[in-house]
Design a protein around this ligand. Structure first.
Ligand code: ATP
Ligand code: MG
Length: 436
């Protein structure tokens, strides 16, 4: 059976290697995806040519894989990974082979691969090479290790998480022996670096079935990766699972890493979420972005939560003094998934956010028409009194942007100062305007 359509560049690479006397096949994820009728992300080629020989066949190459034998071939500025047939030596650490040996047979190269569905090679004129029944398993929608699962997970325990990740991405079932072996061997995941674990967990969260994250808990893997997260997910599964399973992910703005992590962690105090993300070796930008959203969603008296309970123009501006339009929109998307805001109100608030942004309203101290020096000149003591007066001025401007002129704000702050020494100031000097 032939029947797969390789893209021209992959065919070109295979043909050039063949002309030079080497075997070459498309292999791994691209063949699996193409058999399933999905668009492969990238095309990997496996070949009998040694890395130096691959470099001699193509004019533009980069030595990416080092001792793993991977050469990146550049064709029309697109990169293709060409890897020499190899067998992995003994795995004494459960993570990486001690040595990688090149081999002359495709069968051996396919035999070192993790799952049958990832161990199929394809050549445009020879057809498939599928010694482990990978095509049958794709048809049955099954993830099964090549060879005995205990052995294969013992060699490289990341494969256990990869199985769960492929299940979430492809919607396949894990074959029962393979699944039982994951449960039996879950403690071995401790040998894997935080970065590699993070990458797989993120792929699950960004897949079509983000609820697959619970399989990491159910198999026991999460207890060995992040015990606190395992406990949290078990406790909050009844709220988080339905949210993760809610349809429309792809169309929803919440379908990016920051928002999916927010959705997962928003029943956690901000400090715990940040600690967990640091442990997972996320970059600072992602940690800050998720922490901010988690805090605004999880704390009852955050500016965002206060806006949801009282969606007036003033509270939307106040929320915007903490969150920019994008951050606020993200929090609204997550809040809607948890039924904290209905679709109509979410849309109204988003429209209001757009109008406030377009109007260029002052939303923070740096855009206020007065600053600390102005107040000190007007007789305020430096430090807390000046700070308090500036915050009071900002609050007034958030209620009514027209107040943001120097004379008005000086008058208002001085009145507040005098009122403090006289009758109690009104804490609601300007009437609130409700969103229509
Ligand atoms: P994706 O679509 O996510 O890229 P993929 O199947 O291409 O999926 P990669 O991590 O890119 O996955 O690896 C390419 C191929 O290399 C796999 O299909 C598999 O054959 C093999 N492979 C990757 N990681 C392992 C591993 N840990 N153990 C054994 N084989 C592996
Ligand atoms: Mg790949």
């Amino acid at each position: 059976m032939l029947g797969l359509r390789l893209i021209d560049d992959a065919e070109f690479i295979i043909a050039r290697l063949n002309e030079s006397g080497y075997e070459a096949y498309a292999v791994g994820g691209c063949v699996r995806d193409a058999v399933m009728g999905r668009q492969p992300k990238d095309w990997d080629i496996t070949t009998s040519a040694a890395p130096d020989e691959v470099r001699r066949v193509f004019s533009r190459t980069v030595n990416t894989g080092g001792k793993h034998g991977t050469i990146t071939v550049l064709i029309k500025n697109k990169a293709y990974e060409v890897t020499t047939y190899r067998v992995d030596g003994k795995y004494s650490d459960g993570r990486r082979p001690d040595i990688v040996t090149y081999t002359s047979t495709l069968a051996e190269d396919l035999g070192r691969r993790d799952f049958t569905i990832n161990a199929i090679a394809y050549h445009y004129s020879e057809g498939f090479v599928d010694p482990f029944g990978g095509i049958g398993d794709i048809e049955k929608r099954i993830i099964r290790t090549v060879g005995r699962p205990d052995e294969r997970f013992g060699e490289d325990s990341l494969r256990m998480l990869r199985a769960l990740r492929f299940r979430a991405q492809l919607g396949f079932e894990i074959e029962s022996e393979t699944y039982a072996s994951i449960i039996r061997n879950s403690a071995l995941i401790e040998k894997i670096s935080a970065e590699r674990i993070r990458d797989e967990i993120l792929k699950i969260l960004l897949s079509a079935s983000p609820q697959g994250i619970m399989s990491v808990v159910l198999t026991g893997l999460m207890d060995y990766c992040y015990p606190r997260a395992a406990e949290y997910l078990r406790e909050n599964a009844d709220k988080i699972l339905p949210a993760l399973t809610a349809g429309g992910w792809e169309a929803d703005p919440a379908s990016n890493a920051v928002n999916r992590l927010t959705l997962l962690l928003c029943f956690m105090p901000e400090s715990q979420a940040a600690e967990l993300l640091r442990g997972m070796r996320f970059d600072t930008k992602t940690i800050r972005a998720v922490s901010l959203r988690v805090r605004e969603l999880s704390e009852k008296d955050s500016l965002f939560s206060r806006m949801l309970s009282n969606p007036s123009l003033y509270y939307v501006r106040k929320a915007m003094s903490r969150l920019n339009a994008g951050q606020l929109t993200d929090c609204l998307a997550v809040a809607e998934i948890f039924n904290r805001v209905d679709h109509g109100l979410r849309a109204d608030i988003e429209t209001t956010v757009g109008k406030i942004t377009a109007a260029g309203n002052c939303l923070n101290l740096s855009n206020l028409a007065i600053n600390g020096r102005d107040l000190i000149k007007a007789g305020f003591k430096p430090g807390k009194p000046t700070g308090d007066a500036l915050n009071a001025a900002l609050d007034a401007v958030l209620r009514d942007p027209a107040l943001n002129t120097k004379p008005t704000l000086l008058k208002l702050t001085l009145e507040l100062l005098n009122a403090r020494n006289g009758p109690a100031p009104s804490d609601n000097p300007v009437p609130e305007v409700k969103i229509p």
